[in-house]
Every structure is written in structure tokens, then in C-alpha cells.
Design a protein around this ligand. Structure first.
Ligand code: M6R
Length: 605
């Protein structure tokens, strides 16, 4: 999704800006650009191709300057064409880059047209540029502060002005923005990762903050204009570049990293103690009477899986909602509920907004399950459980999902213990199972050659159905999401019992039906559903536990899972579905790590 980088220094900062954009590339974008003050004039280069093309342009044109801003754009208002690419100028005087969406851009545009401003792009961003220009009276910081007071919606912006050398002004509301502190130079970015090559000292701006970067320091005020001292945090972990190693794509690498990621996420402690979630958790967890889980996409599916664990092991009522739906419906708040937000990035706009909405309704206890310790979500929740997936580059989430499942399983066991539903013997048995998971996963990864053989056939299909039951229905949903997002094959998932209520009409020889078949209480029911598909000529592709007695036959293709894993089985069964999606996408030649139209971190609503 959109990315911002800005810098003021006493050296040419174009290469810093381009390097920052490169680091943000994995998030997905469709155009990019950079602007600097060159001899007191804003100059820019923009491209609707990759950052590498932008880099070539700036080298060819010898674009150089000591004050600059840069951007990767994921189109919202206006097509991905050069005129809509950022930086956007106002009257060749100031330049702006913007993440987010301005909801009241139409009345503002009319008002500015009335003042004689001409619009050359279809972006909502151009409104901000002209508004700052119209309010500028020799002080960019003041003009930006006055401007943001008139904006409705979400934004992170960085602005430079021809009359203010060595100055970049930034502001944020609903979209992340971080200041990077250097020696005699300072930086701004939408993600600290972008600045990893330049500094390891960061200030994470808070909602409503406006900042001014100069060579010798940074000024920050809050939404009321009051000076806002913000904590400086040293974050060295952003340092290392992520290498692809022997893998073809980051998605493949990340699938194979799962045993390590899971092992890093499983707590070292020998008991499931609430303090794993925060110092005050022992006091609070004993009092909560239900859970409200809010998330999007793959993270939502991890929440759906966790509902089965939470209700069956901890016997605690659990509601799971798509964040973007929850925030816009009337709901009944329960101050004794624990609100759990799940997110890889911790910056997903819909989930952040749902969290804020829950808090505004009176929910007091909040927990984030998140992969990024410095993210807004972690900062805005009372409790945190960090997953240790490591940086996930592929847009399709894989290791983030399985580590979220581990975290949520630990939550279920912790609540079960506190609520008296977990004996010591059960606790040590679950701990043993968790610790064996990485080894079990390695055996599943060894199925890759068999899955590659199936993927050849899938690559020639345009539709697929995924079936699962109980705990594995969310896994079927996740398998279908993986296949559609990276191979562009239309895929839908159903709880297998629902088949005869409609989707069975779709089943023909041309429709592959992928089925997740663990050896659990629903196996016999699932076998009946399998027969319903076979009887109609459907082609079944089944991932079956070893002792299910489901065997290869006409129309029935079986890959045998190495071992049955009880309640933790979803963590194993999702992996072959990830591999199936990955190899099918490779066979179709799609851009696996950066699928069309998608972004890694969805920071707009
Ligand atoms: O960073 P988050 O976990 O909050 O992201 C949520 C979704 O945008 C994300 O899971 C998305 O669905 C992935 N592309 C799925 O692979």
C-alpha cells in the first residue's frame, strides 16, 4: 500500500529516498515518485513502473537535493497514471505526498476552485496541496496545522515548500508516520523499515500529531497544537535486509520458515500464565466473561479457528467479526469482554478503526496479537502477545497465520487454566504437543513434490471449491483465499455440510473440490460429503490424515498427512493448502509475491 519517505540533510538525499521506497516496495504499489528542493525550486520524477525505473530517471536527469519527499502510491482516487502519482505540486511552490483517504475532498475542491486553483490530477491529495498553499503565510508548519484541521478522513502526509529549505513538515491521523533521528539530518516515513539504512532511532507519531523536521532537530505538536514530547525508541531489528536465499519467491521462503517461526512464538515458560500477555493480565483475565475478536482477511480466519479452541477448551463465549463490518454496525458492548485484535502488520486501517470503535463503546480490556512490536495496534491495546514470524514480505500471509494460531491456542489454554478447565496433566500434554509442532510441520513440508504434481492440474482450472468441517472450515476458507489471491483462480470455501444446500450445483468434472480431512469427530460426516461430490462426477483432492481410510480411487485424489494432530491439526492442514496455491500460481506465471491490485499492509479503509 502507499509508502512515504522524507529527509532533510546536508548531502544529496535522493539515494536515501529511493532506498526507502525500495524497502517499502513489497507492500504493493502502482506508481511512485520523488521530489526535492533543487536550487530553491521543487523538482520531481514520477513513474508508473517500478522504483527501479524511478531510480533510472533520477540518475538520467541528475535529480539532486538536500530536502526531499518520496512516495509509492496504491491508487484510490484516480487511475495509476503519472498525473496522479505523488509528489503532487501546488503551483510549483510546494510538494506533498499522502497516504490515506480524504473523505471531504469534494467540498474542499469546490471551495479551492472558487479561489482560482486548477486541478491537474484526480487525487484527493491535490486538495491538501492547494489548501496548504492557500493558507501559507511564510510558515509551512502553521499552514499544515491549519490545513489538517479542515480534513476529514485518514492521512499521513509529508510536505516541502520552496521557501523553506531543509524543512519537511509531516502530519498523521489514521495512517502511520514515524520520525527517524539522525546526526545533523532527520527523516520521516510511513514505516520505520524504510529508514533502516539511515537510523535506528525512531519516534512513532501519535494520532493528530504534526511534526517539523529541520537539520538540527524535530518539533512535534499534538492535535491541540501543544508541544508533544514523544519517546525516542531504538529499534535495531529493522537492520538486516531480507534475502531470498535458495527460494524462488518470498512466499515459498516464508512457507518453509514456519517451523522456525512457530518455535520462536511458542512461549518458553512451562505453564500457561496470563503474564505472557502483560503485567496486569493476571488481574484482568480472571474477570473477563467473553471475547470479541476483530480482524481482516487471513487474520480474521485465525480468529475463526480460535473460536473453536476458546469455546471448547476454555469454555468462554467468543464472537469473531470482520473489522470493517463491526465498526459500522450497532452492537451491544460488554465491558467484561476482552477485545482481541489480530494483525500481522498492526497497521491495518479497518482493524485499527474497529479497535477504536470498540473502545469508544466502552470496551476497556483489549489485547493485540501482532507480528510488529512497534505497530499502532500494539501501542493502542492494553495487552499484547507478539508473534515471532519475522518479517513477512509476500503479500499472501503464511507464517503470520500459523504463528497467530499458536498465539491464540496459548490464549485459549491460558484462559482455560484461569477458569479451572485445564488440569496439570492436560497442560503438560498440550505443551508437549506445541513443542512437537515444528517437527510435525517439517514432515508436512516434505509433501511439496506431491503437491506440485496436483498444482499442474489446478493451473488449468478457473474455479475451485474448498471444503472443511468444524475447526477446519476456517482452514478451507484460508486455502481458498490463498488460491484466489495469488493464482487468480476463483475459489470458494464451504463447511462441507452446506454443500447440498446450494454449492453442489456447481460440481462437475471441471470443478476441483479440495477437502481437508483430519481424523476427528466429523470424519464420517465428511466422508458422506465426499461421496456426494463423487456421485456427481466431481474431482476431489483430499488432504487426509493417515488413519482416515480415505484412499485414491477414480475422481478421488489423496495426499496423506503424516500424523493426526488433534486440536492443533489446523496448523498442519493449512500448510499444504499454502503450497498448493503457491505452486499453482507459479505454474500460471503470476507475480506471486505482489499479486495484482493487492497490498501487503492495507492502511486505507
Ligand atoms: O496485517 P493484517 O494481518 O492486519 O492484514 C489483514 C489482511 O489484509 C491480510 O491478512 C490479507 O488478507 C492477506 N493478503 C491474506 O493473505
Amino acid at each position: 500500500m502507499c509508502g512515504i519517505v522524507g529527509a532533510v540533510a546536508q548531502r544529496n538525499i535522493v539515494s536515501v529516498l529511493i532506498e526507502g521506497l525500495r524497502r517499502l516496495e513489497y507492500r504493493g504499489y502502482d506508481s511512485c515518485g520523488v521530489a526535492v528542493l533543487a536550487n530553491g525550486e521543487p523538482r520531481r520524477a514520477r513513474s508508473v513502473a517500478r522504483v527501479a525505473d524511478l531510480d533510472e530517471q533520477v540518475r538520467d536527469t541528475k535529480l539532486a537535493g538536500e530536502t526531499g519527499i518520496a512516495h509509492t502510491r496504491w491508487a484510490t482516487h484516480g487511475a495509476p497514471v503519472t498525473d496522479n502519482a505523488h509528489p503532487i505540486f501546488s503551483r510549483d511552490t510546494l510538494a506533498i505526498v499522502h497516504n490515506g483517504i480524504i473523505e471531504n475532498y469534494e467540498p474542499l475542491r469546490e471551495m479551492l476552485r472558487g479561489k482560482g486553483y486548477e486541478f491537474v490530477s484526480q487525487t484527493d491529495t491535490e486538495v491538501i496541496a492547494h489548501l496548504i498553499h492557500s493558507l501559507y503565510r511564510g510558515d509551512l508548519f502553521a499552514a499544515v496545522r491549519e490545513t489538517v484541521r479542515q480534513l476529514h478522513g485518514a492521512y499521513a502526509i509529508a510536505v516541502l515548500h520552496k521557501d523553506q529549505p531543509h524543512t519537511v513538515v509531516g502530519a498523521r491521523q489514521g495512517s502511520p508516520l514515524v520520525v527517524g533521528l539522525g546526526d545533523g539530518e532527520n527523516f520521516l516515513a510511513s514505516d520505520a523499515l524504510a529508514l533502516a539504512g539511515s537510523t535506528d532511532r525512531f519516534i512513532f507519531l501519535e494520532e493528530g500529531d504534526v511534526c517539523e523536521l529541520k537539520l538540527d532537530g524535530v518539533r512535534i505538536v499534538d492535535r491541540d497544537g501543544e508541544p508533544a514530547p514523544r519517546e525516542v525508541r531504538q529499534v535495531a531489528a529493522y537492520g538486516g535486509a531480507v534475502e531470498l536465499g535458495p527460494y524462488r519467491h518470498f512466499m515459498q521462503k516464508e512457507i518453509f520458515e514456519q517451523p522456525r517461526a512457530i518455535s520462536d512464538t511458542i512461549p518458553q515458560a512451562d505453564a500457561f500464565d496470563p503474564s505472557l500477555f502483560g503485567d496486569d493480565a493476571p488481574k484482568v483475565f480472571g474477570k473477563i466473561d467473553s471475547l470479541l475478536i476483530l480482524a481482516c482477511g487471513t487474520s480474521y480466519y485465525s480468529g475463526l479457528t480460535a473460536k473453536y479452541w476458546l469455546e471448547s477448551i476454555a469454555k468462554i463465549p467468543t464472537q469473531v467479526e470482520i473489522a470493517s463490518e463491526y465498526r459500522y454496525r450497532d452492537s451491544v458492548p460488554n465491558p467484561n469482554a476482552l477485545v482481541v485484535v489480530i494483525s500481522q502488520s498492526g497497521e491495518t486501517a479497518d482493524t485499527l478503526a474497529a479497535l477504536k470503535h470498540a473502545q469508544s463503546l466502552g470496551h476497556v480490556h483489549t489485547l493485540s496479537v501482532c507480528n510488529v512490536g512497534t505497530s499502532a495496534m500494539v501501542r493502542q491495546t492494553e495487552f499484547t502477545f507478539l508473534t515471532h514470524a519475522g518479517r513477512e514480505i509476500g503479500v499472501a500471509s503464511t507464517k503470520a497465520f500459523t504463528t497467530q494460531l499458536v498465539a491464540l491456542f496459548v490464549l485459549a489454554l491460558t484462559l482455560a487454566r484461569i477458569r479451572g478447565h485445564l488440569s496439570d496433566a492436560q497442560e503438560s500434554s498440550y505443551l508437549k504437543q506445541l513443542r512437537h509442532l515444528p517437527a510435525a510441520l517439517n514432515s508436512v513440508l516434505a509433501l511439496e513434490p506431491q503437491i506440485i504434481a496436483w498444482s499442474e492440474e489446478f493451473s488449468r482450472k478457473e474455479n475451485a471449491l474448498f471444503l472443511g468441517r468444524g475447526l477446519h472450515y476456517p482452514i478451507a476458507l484460508e486455502g481458498a483465499l490463498k488460491l484466489k489471491e495469488i493464482s487468480y483462480i476463483h475459489a470458494e470455501a464451504y463447511p462441507a455440510g452446506e454443500l447440498k444446500h446450494g454449492p453442489l450445483a456447481l460440481v462437475t468434472e471441471a470443478m476441483p473440490v479440495v477437502t481437508v480431512a483430519p481424523n476427528d469427530a466429523l470424519l464420517e460426516k465428511l466422508k458422506s460429503n465426499i461421496q456426494e461430490v463423487r456421485a456427481r462426477g466431481g474431482q476431489l483432492y483430499v488432504f487426509a490424515d493417515s488413519d482416515t481410510r480415505i484412499v485414491n480411487a477414480e475422481g478421488l485424489h489423496v495426499i496423506r498427512m503424516p500424523e493426526h494432530y488433534g486440536l492443533l491439526s489446523p496448523i498442519l492442514h493449512v500448510v499444504p493448502l499454502q503450497l498448493l496455491a503457491y505452486h499453482t500460481a507459479c505454474a500460471r506465471g503470476t507475480d506471486v509475491d505482489k499479486p495484482r491490485n493487492l497490498a501487503k499492509s492495507v492502511t486505507v479503509e
